[in-house]
Design a protein around this ligand. Structure first.
Ligand SMILES: [Zn+2]
Length: 208
């Protein structure tokens, strides 16, 4: 049994969003194309309270891109994004929600960020995604979405740790690239822990 994990395909990460990922909109059509090929489709949704500690605006004199310590963990500061109930936190309007079986929220605790769809960055709390997938008999996961070098990368790391056979749909991802080379480094890191890289056309051709 295979599941598709769609990571944070939300308005704030797409064109014109508060934390725009270049080309973010391009992954929406690929996500829609991929859905029918999987037994289960889940989506993660970054879902922060307005006072979240990852927002630079919540730290006097700090700017997005700077790194601070947040409750014992190193934290990149971001622009305000994906605030619970806000327009920017909604899924991209073209994402076919009828094809998604379940949504998992993350990033609700103001003291810790949550890049992965499985756990927060301190691995203190689970989102319930792993238990859900295991209860559904899922052994293999395919991950795609936004952004390659943060939420997608950490979702694949946890998928591997949780024992799933893990694939990355490379053309279904776009990266933040805060520093040049971040995306290619992320791809190498994922492959080094056992993530297999595929392209969406191979899935549609039944080759994976
Ligand atoms: Zn966030």
């Amino acid at each position: 049994m295979k599941a598709l994990i769609l990571v944070d395909i939300q308005i704030d990460f797409c064109q014109g969003g508060a934390l725009e990922v270049k080309g973010g909109d391009d992954v929406v059509a690929i996500a829609n194309l991929m859905m029918p090929y999987f037994d289960k489709v889940v989506a993660t949704q970054d879902w922060h309270p307005a006072d979240h500690g990852s927002f630079a605006a919540n730290h006097p004199w700090r700017k997005p891109g700077q790194i601070i310590e947040l409750d014992g963990l190193s934290q990149v500061l971001w622009p305000i994004h994906c605030v619970q109930g806000s327009f920017g936190a909604e899924f991209h309007p073209q994402l076919e929600m009828d094809g998604i079986d379940k949504v998992f929220h993350k990033g609700m605790d103001r003291r810790v960020d949550s890049y992965s769809g499985f756990f927060d960055n301190g691995k203190r709390k689970t989102t319930g995604l792993s238990t859900y997938l295991k209860n559904e008999g899922i052994k293999t996961v395919f991950v795609m979405g936004l952004a390659t070098d943060y939420c997608v990368k950490f979702t694949t790391f946890d998928a591997i740790d949780e024992g799933f056979d893990t694939y990355l749909i490379v053309d279904g991802c776009r990266g933040v690239e805060l520093n040049p080379g971040d995306v290619s480094a992320a791809l190498e890191q994922m492959q080094s822990v056992g993530v297999k890289c595929v392209q969406s056309d191979k899935i549609m051709a039944g080759l994976v």
